[in-house]
Design a protein. Structure first.
Length: 299
């Protein structure tokens, strides 16, 4: 059922005249319904229902509205409603969220918890810059990295952001960035979503899908040509995200993209590789900053 402006014929005095009238056309009954027709809430389009309910106190939705009838219960379990409800409280811890809404974990629908979880964990890559736990005033130009959460090959270092122009202003406000050497340096991390949030498996059965979003910033050393590539190992296949020869300037470049995860049972692995193509001029190559893997639900 939708609203239309239709040109209708009005017969008066034996002659047809035409004018524009606001009317409602009911596709099921194929008849014209006047504009003063009164609709009940359950007849309103679903996306409008979600928007209306997003202004209602979440406690009331959980404790009262969800139990009114089948239609309201379906709204209560909707992806779009919980996106609206949780978008302003995503910075709370799970316990703080429960205290705020005053209900128990088992009362939250799986869709609501998953939306909250994915908002809270907006980067599934842990220790992305290899600087976890390293003091910001650590001495030396090259600092030994913390390789926790990563499976690493090759000689990795971290450095403060120097030697490149146009350093990007980003929310993470990083202190260090990772740097590869003249040899092939690889690092790999498991970012399987169902491992961190088991309810995602149940939501897949209900028709929801996961969208994977990735981004990374890279640059070359001021005195070296460098090479960088990133891959996703997903659903038994390798997907090349970016392959870049860094030989023009020293500015940071951002690469990003989206993919639909077709199966959440398989592992999802993120892999980076970098090296120095011109090691006679310097010992280290590609500089890597704030790689990010995030997930969101889609229908």
């Amino acid at each position: 059922k939708q609203w239309y402006q239709r040109r209708v014929a009005i017969t008066a005095g034996g002659e047809d005249s035409y004018q524009w009238l606001p009317i409602k056309y009911n596709c099921k009954q194929t008849q014209i319904i006047p504009t003063n027709y009164t609709m009940s809430f359950v007849e309103i389009p679903a996306e409008v229902q979600y928007k209306i309910l997003s202004f209602v106190d979440p406690k009331l939705i959980v404790k009262e509205i969800s139990r009114l009838n089948k239609q309201f219960n379906e709204c209560y379990k909707s992806l779009f409603l919980w996106v609206e409800l949780l978008k302003d409280i995503k910075d709370y811890s799970f316990q703080e969220l429960l205290d705020l809404l005053d209900f128990k974990p088992e009362v939250i629908p799986k869709i609501g918890y998953t939306i909250y979880f994915l908002h809270k964990n907006n980067n599934f890559l842990k220790n992305p810059n290899l600087d976890e736990g390293i003091a910001s005033d650590a001495a030396g130009e090259w600092i030994k990295p913390n390789k926790s959460h990563w499976s690493c090959n090759g000689d990795w270092k971290i450095e403060r952001h120097r030697g490149c122009e146009n350093f990007p202003q980003i929310d993470e406000n990083p202190r260090f960035n990772a740097v590869t050497s003249h040899m092939n340096c690889e690092r790999l991390q498991d970012v399987t979503p169902s491992k961190a949030c088991p309810w995602i498996l149940d939501l897949y059965k209900e028709g929801y899908k996961l969208k994977l979003s990735w981004s990374v910033r890279i640059a070359r050393r001021y005195d070296c040509r460098s090479y960088f590539e990133a891959e996703l190992h997903m659903n038994g296949e390798e997907t090349l995200l970016v392959r870049q020869e860094l030989d023009e300037d020293c500015s940071w470049k951002k690469f990003e993209g989206d993919y639909v995860v077709t199966s959440v049972k398989d592992k999802v692995l993120y892999k980076e590789l970098g090296c120095d193509r011109q090691f006679w001029a310097g010992s280290y190559g590609a500089k890597i900053l704030c790689p990010k893997i995030s997930y969101s639900l889609t229908k």
